[in-house]
Ligand binder design. Structure first.
Ligand code: GLU
Length: 291
C-alpha cells in the first residue's frame, strides 16, 4: 500500500442477533488497527442472507458499537441495497464465460471441494440453480498481517465456488468483495475463521479488476469447550451495563496489557489509551483465545 494512502478499515457484522463478545473483539481489533494509523473505519451491515436476519438486530448492533465508543466514519452501508451492483458485476463475469449454473444439491455433494459436475452441462432455464465461478490452476498468495504468508491453489483446494445461491441470494464471498471495493476498504481485519475465504475473495478481485486490500485475521474467542463464540453456539449479547469492564477484558484478550489503574476507567479513556498503544504483534499466529 502506498505510504500516503489513508487506511480504510471496516466492520461488517451480519444482523443475525445482538452483538456478542467475540464479534465485539473483532470490531475492536479492526477499529484500533485503523485508528492507530489515523485511518477511517467504516461500518456495513451484512444483511444479504435475509432468511438469517433477525429483525431489529442491525439497530441493536449500531447501538452497542456506539456504547463502546466505536464510532464509524460516514453512513452505514447495507448489503440489501446493493443488489443492482451485484447483478452488474455478476454479469461481467458471466460475459467472460467465467460463471456456470449448477443444480447439484447439497446431498449430492459429499466432498468439500466441488468436483465440477455441472461444468459444461446444459441446464434448462427455469430450473432452480446456483451460479458457480470457474476456478483455475493459479496460485493465490497473500501476506496476512498476523497469520503470515498464505498460499492456496484454488482449483485443487477449493474448487469452483458459489457466487449466487439456488435461493437467488448472492453468496457471501461475492457480495463481500463488491462491498469492500465500493467502500474503498484497503485493510480488512476480521476473525481467523474467515482466513480460508480470503483466497477466494482475492481471486474474485483479480477477475473483476478490483483493488486487493491488505488482510489481517485475528484469533477468534472460544469458550471453555474450545468452541468459537458465535450466535450458533448461543453466545449471549455483550453486557451493556458495564462497558468499561468489558472493554478492559477485550483489550487484555487482544494482549494489549492495559494498565491496572484503567480497570475502572470509562470506555472513552480506555479507547484513547488503546489507540495510542495498539500493537497487534502479540497476536502473531494465534488462531484461538480462550475467554
Ligand atoms: N458478515 C460476516 C460475518 O458476520 C463478516 C464479513 C467479513 O468480515 O468479511 O461473519
Amino acid at each position: 500500500m502506498p505510504q500516503n494512502q489513508v487506511v480504510i478499515g471496516r466492520f461488517a457484522p451480519s444482523p443475525t442477533g445482538p452483538l456478542h463478545f467475540g464479534s465485539l473483539y473483532t470490531a475492536l481489533a479492526s477499529f484500533l488497527e485503523a485508528r492507530s494509523q489515523q485511518g477511517l473505519w467504516r461500518l456495513r451491515i451484512d444483511d444479504i442472507d435475509t432468511p438469517r436476519n433477525i429483525k431489529g438486530s442491525g439497530e441493536l448492533i449500531l447501538t452497542t458499537l456506539e456504547r463502546f465508543g466505536l464510532h464509524w466514519d460516514g453512513s452505514v452501508a447495507y448489503q440489501s441495497r446493493q443488489q443492482a451492483v451485484y447483478d452488474e458485476m455478476l454479469g461481467r463475469l458471466a460475459s467472460k464465460q467465467l460463471v456456470y449454473p449448477c443444480v447439484c444439491s447439497r446431498k449430492q455433494l459429499s466432498a468439500d471441494i466441488y468436483p465440477g459436475s455441472c461444468k459444461g452441462r446444459l441446464i434448462g432455464v427455469g430450473r432452480p440453480h446456483a451460479l458457480r465461478v470457474k476456478t483455475d490452476t493459479r496460485t493465490i498468495s497473500f501476506d496476512d498481517g498476523l497469520q503470515g504468508r498464505q498460499t492456496h491453489h484454488l482449483a485443487g483446494q477449493h474448487g469452483d465456488f458459489i457466487l449466487k445461491r439456488k435461493d437467488r441470494i448472492m453468496a457471501y464471498q461475492f457480495a463481500v468483495v463488491i462491498d469492500d471495493a465500493e467502500q474503498q476498504v484497503n485493510h480488512v481485519v476480521r476473525g481467523f475463521d474467515l482466513l480460508d475465504s480470503t483466497p477466494k475473495q482475492i481471486y474474485l478481485q483479480q477477475l473483476l479488476g478490483l483493488p486487493i486490500p491488505r488482510y489481517m485475521h485475528v484469533p477468534v474467542i472460544v469458550d471453555s469447550y474450545g468452541y468459537k463464540l458465535s450466535k450458533q453456539t448461543q453466545a449471549t449479547a455483550v453486557d451493556l451495563t458495564k462497558p468499561g469492564a468489558v472493554m478492559f477484558e477485550l483489550l487484555a484478550l487482544l494482549k494489549q496489557r492495559p494498565p491496572p489503574e484503567l480497570q475502572d476507567a470509562p470506555v472513552a479513556e480506555l479507547l484513547e489509551w488503546a489507540v495510542l498503544h495498539w500493537n497487534p504483534a502479540p497476536l502473531f499466529q494465534l488462531q484461538r483465545i480462550h475467554r
